[in-house]
Design a protein around this ligand. Sequence first.
Ligand SMILES: [Zn+2]
Length: 478
Amino acid sequence: MAKEKKLVEAITAMEDDFAQWYTDVVKKAELADYSSVRGCMILRPNGYAIWENIQKVLDAKFKETGVENVAMPMFIPESLLKKEEDHVEGFAPEVAWVTHGGDKELQERLCVRPTSETLFCDFYSRIIQSHRDLPKLYNQWVSVVRWEKTTRPFLRTSEFFWQEGHTAHATAEEAEARTVQMLNMYADFCEQYLAIPVVKGQKTEKEKFAGAHSTYTIEALMHDGKALQSGTSHNFGDGFAKAFDIQYTDKDNKLQYVHQTSWGMSTRIIGAIIMVHGDDSGLVLPPKIAPIQTMIVPIMQKKAGVLEKAEEIRSKLAGSYKVKVDDSDKSPGWKFSEQEVRGIPTRIEIGPKDIEKNQAVIVRRDTREKIIVSLDEIETKLGEVLEQMQSDMFERAKKHLEEHTVEARTWDEFKEHIEKQDGFVKAMWCGETECEEAIKEETTATTRCMPFEQEHLSDVCVHCGKPAKKLVYFGKAY
Ligand SMILES: [Zn+2]
């Protein structure tokens, strides 16, 4: 028995050390591991399968709106990167350079893409000539490299996986509509599939994407009261188009600049799943995104008929659910622990006594509730349990978000909330970057977003006392 408990004991309690708890879950659930390349992680099968499911759902949603997938080179010539001033300034400090091909020094350095705006712009400048060529709605699923000093699996690694959508439109209105459309798509995806409630809003000038006209974001709140930027959508206006000379002739035969957007969601979101839903026993996966939705665990599997029954149940469920039988020679207790650490939403226990009664036991990962079901009804019952679990997980996360969104009307209140890491702190702000920087300097809190749903808490900025322009969500962030 002592050995069986080891898997769970190896996870540090969340209350004791949240950062260590996170690392333990990543390792014990076998989601990712460190590699020999500094700052780069290995996505293990359990982690990659989650990413594959995220890809599947998002990719289908993108395509429903006319988006097409492409593949761009992973290198960007230095001259191309430098074409848009703000953009290169924003990314230069974390770019990795290729200087040699074999033993020959390259005439021009190549950077390993930190993001691909410049490549898309260069391409668009060549393939867009007429209004008939618009819109262009391209996306790619790739990895990018940003040379990070400190790294944590999923949250911050030098190389990470993501999708980056890049669109070009005839008008500013169309580009704005696409920017908002994609942000809403990310928000709906988080809420409906990942059971993660988000706050939608706009980034401040200081926090917006390098080179963007405006950046919209969805922000999620983790268990420990820190925020995680979970997806962003940028409107570039015609800034990149002017830098890259992307023009088209309109219907009146006049030359016009295109208006562009880009939008991305990355493997960071797996970090959010861990930190929103996980508990002291490990990962808890929302059923809709879980690579395995139920693990069948045979009890006393050596007894005649048990494994056969487990297999019979599996094949009955396999048409509707992602299901597996754990028929390894580990003890049931060990199998339970493994299923819990890995966050598999449900397990089905089936032993000789159950078979006698024509029943099985469904156990929910989140509440550990045991539900005895007749084998005749197991298919519909499992569906109900998974659906209930999905919605309960969202409601719990939503309650946590609501309870950890606080208001600050005075600077003292503000500092106290941030120090205690109470969650999102709503406060009024003057709109000035200097003031925003001072707030960060004094408290380490950053502006997470100016929510689309604005409120009026007071007439003055919480920090400097000047007239307030916007309500802002502040917080400590990953
Ligand atoms: Zn201020």
